[in-house]
Ligand binder design. Structure first.
Ligand code: NAD
Length: 350
């Protein structure tokens, strides 16, 4: 499908490209919607096989941010950006910094319609550099007057999602005695493991990064398994906190859990996979509802609200998810579809 046809299908929006061959910079900013307000969305700095693949990825993610902001009733549209990481050579610190600076100037030219933050492959330190070039960035360091890393807030929302799902499935939201298998213990996965360990859940973790796994084994007594084995683990909750599209025809039949609840964006390989999870007797907590904690936190920072207000809103993910489970039950529909409908109703109500 042609990129403009794809944009049409996703009901876009704007696409902005930036290239600077001197510093190997290839960046795409996708602004899906500005109807609810300026669009907040993270910046990925990862490798792609082609510019086309990067553009499609960023467009799909930007559409997801529109839905996420609407569902969480935030006064923001949806956007995302990518910096395409060169795959043929390692970047020096200087090269990376000059890319981030040029990208920061690019964002500044968009006059605040797009506000960036960290995402896969970017960090608080990267946001500090971007902040030296533009005010339209969130998630930079607290020493610089910023909000800091939003991942701990995302993890709280995921934990609330797991508690709500446990209440729905087992009639009790205490986590002690539950076994949770976490795929990916990076920024969110690590903080989620901490939240769950503090509530006496048993943890099984997998990551391609051995150091990240080792930290969870040491600090939280987690059991480590190989990345490819995580789908076959006997557990109560499977929590995808790494990649998108990991719930698909191949992986769903391997799952033995009762609940899927994690932070990864776009977990379903295709929209029909939420029905497939339901048919397998698995309760699915829709990703963009329970992973909204980080967005809620940075949006509160942007609006000048205090952290308490954001925390209350993140806690409320529990009630919203229970309502979605009940509505899905009453209407005999998968949870993902019910969640999309609520987000679409909120978008239409503008
Ligand atoms: P991250 O890059 O810090 O962590 C991802 C982890 O997954 C890394 O440790 C990586 O090594 C691991 N990983 C990669 N491939 C893997 C594989 N095949 N098997 C197991 N582990 C693998 O990213 P993050 O910020 O923790 O985000 C995780 C997911 O949550 C992403 O999909 C992101 O888009 C989503 N998300 C993050 C936030 C946030 O606040 N950071 C908010 C909403 C959604």
């Amino acid at each position: 499908m042609d990129i403009f046809e794809y944009a049409d299908e996703l009901e876009f929006g704007e696409l902005h490209f930036q290239v600077d061959p001197d510093i190997d910079l290839r960046a795409v900013v996708a602004i899906h919607s500005l109807e609810r307000g300026p669009a907040i969305g993270g910046c990925r700095f990862i490798e792609y096989d082609s510019t086309d693949e990067a553009a499609r990825d960023v467009m799909r993610l930007a559409q997801g941010m529109t839905y996420k902001a609407a569902l969480s009733k935030l006064p923001h549209g949806g956007a995302k950006s990518v910096l395409i990481k060169p795959s043929d050579h390692e970047l020096s610190d200087e090269q990376r910094e000059s890319m981030l600076r040029t990208f920061g100037q690019f964002i500044d030219d968009l006059d605040g319609q797009y506000i960036t933050a960290e995402d896969s492959g970017t960090s608080v330190e990267d946001m500090n550099i971007i902040h030296e070039e533009t005010d339209h960035v969130l998630g930079y360091g607290t020493e610089q007057g910023g909000s800091g890393d939003p991942s701990p807030y995302t993890a709280v929302g995921i934990r609330r999602g797991i508690e709500a799902a446990a209440q729905y499935v087992y009639g009790c939201d205490e986590l002690d005695g539950l076994t949770v298998a976490i795929q990916g213990v990076g920024h969110v996965g690590y903080h989620l493991a901490k939240e769950l360990h503090e509530r006496d859940a048993e943890l099984i973790v997998a990551d391609v990064d051995r150091e990240a796994v080792g930290q969870c084994v040491e600090e939280f007594g987690a059991e480590a398994v190989a990345p490819e084995a995580i789908f076959d683990i006997d557990c109560d909750v499977f929590s995808p906190c790494a990649l998108g599209a990991i719930l698909n025809d191949e992986t769903i039949p391997r799952l033995t859990c009762d609940i899927v609840a994690g932070s990864a964006n776009n977990q379903l390989g295709a929209s029909r996979h939420d029905a497939m999870l339901r048919d397998h007797g698995i309760t699915y907590a829709p990703d963009y509802l329970i992973n909204a904690g980080g967005l809620i936190y940075v949006a509160a920072f942007y609006a000048g609200h205090d952290t308490d207000r954001a925390s209350q809103q993140i806690e409320a993910i529990y009630e919203t998810l229970l309502e979605i489970f009940e509505r899905a039950d009453t209407e005999s529909r998968p949870t993902g579809r019910v969640t999309n409908q609520i987000a679409e109703e909120r978008l239409e109500a503008i």
